[in-house]
Design a protein around this ligand. Sequence first.
Ligand SMILES: Nc1nc2c(ncn2[C@@H]2O[C@H](COP(=O)(O)OP(=O)(O)OP(=O)(O)O)[C@@H](O)[C@H]2O)c(=O)[nH]1
Length: 329
Amino acid sequence: MMLPVTIVCGFLGAGKTTLINHLLHNPGSERLAVLVNDFGAINIDQDLIKVETENQIELSNGCVCCSIRDDLASGLVSVSRLSSKFTRVLLECSGVSHPAGVLRVFDNDPIRAQFYVDGLFCLIDTSNILELDYQSTELAIDQAAMSDLVLLNKTDLVPEAVQLEVRQMLQAAQRSMKLLDVVNAQVSPEILFGPTEQVRHRARGAVQGKHSDVYESASFYWDAPIRAEAFRGFAEALPSQILRGKGLLSLTIKDQERPSRGIFQFVGKRSSVELESAEGPERSQVVLIARRGELDRSAIDAALDLCPGARAALPIAQRRRPRRPKICE
Ligand SMILES: Nc1nc2c(ncn2[C@@H]2O[C@H](COP(=O)(O)OP(=O)(O)OP(=O)(O)O)[C@@H](O)[C@H]2O)c(=O)[nH]1
């Protein structure tokens, strides 16, 4: 039996992982296999998926629409071997993925014989899309234009006038685009998993070049727990050209015996560190993404000086062959 695939796309930080977490908590009658793609050298999203799911595959080391399409295909093959366990695949694309490149994977055998794209949904960060550079705005609009439904997320952060401007910009690109206002990607699973009125002719244009030519990332890790104050200093000193930052941290806090787990989020010039009740991970990890050439290394080094002990994770190009995705059983 062929398995339906729900694809979630949207520019960096738009709320894709928030949506995946929401759907995993509210799966309805579905048994979901989740494939998660992160652009950076470290897959932080893998750890930000908050439901204990053994049915999760990590696709890191590049963008799923251009550099690691083979990894997506082999991830899907791994799912197909266990297809009786699942009723649906949820695919979270990296924020710089173009849906055309992702859809191409489903046009070829053996994937074409085992999976079909049942829905393509796009998250838009309503609070930030008007601030993006031209090329990133174009990518975000392309992602939206190819989707069956666009979720205008983070509407809590902007006044109605801005929401209206975003709507007008998107509908100027495609008049028939379907838009739904949401906060924290809260949408009924029936809307995404039920029958969709799919975009009739999804353009299957070739993706121009690789997204690693347009965007770059830097990843760092700390083997010892970090003082929360020191990390705050680092986060505040990050240069404003960074489009996206995220991290999974082990933070020491005054008067607390054990380090706590912290989640670092940086998007649209807003940064936050959320402390969780769980104990911190063995290693703290942070990924920063910017347009190629705009990742100001000396400013980042100056920020890292405020938070000693960081080591750089190897850039994608210097790694050995990307790891084959493995499904946990
Ligand atoms: N205020 C507000 N914050 C939100 C909303 N949706 C998501 N966020 C926050 O935005 C940040 C980014 O959300 P993610 O779900 O990680 O975004 P993403 O698209 O998966 O990010 P990438 O995978 O890095 O592209 C997190 O701090 C979320 O908690 C929303 O509707 N309102």
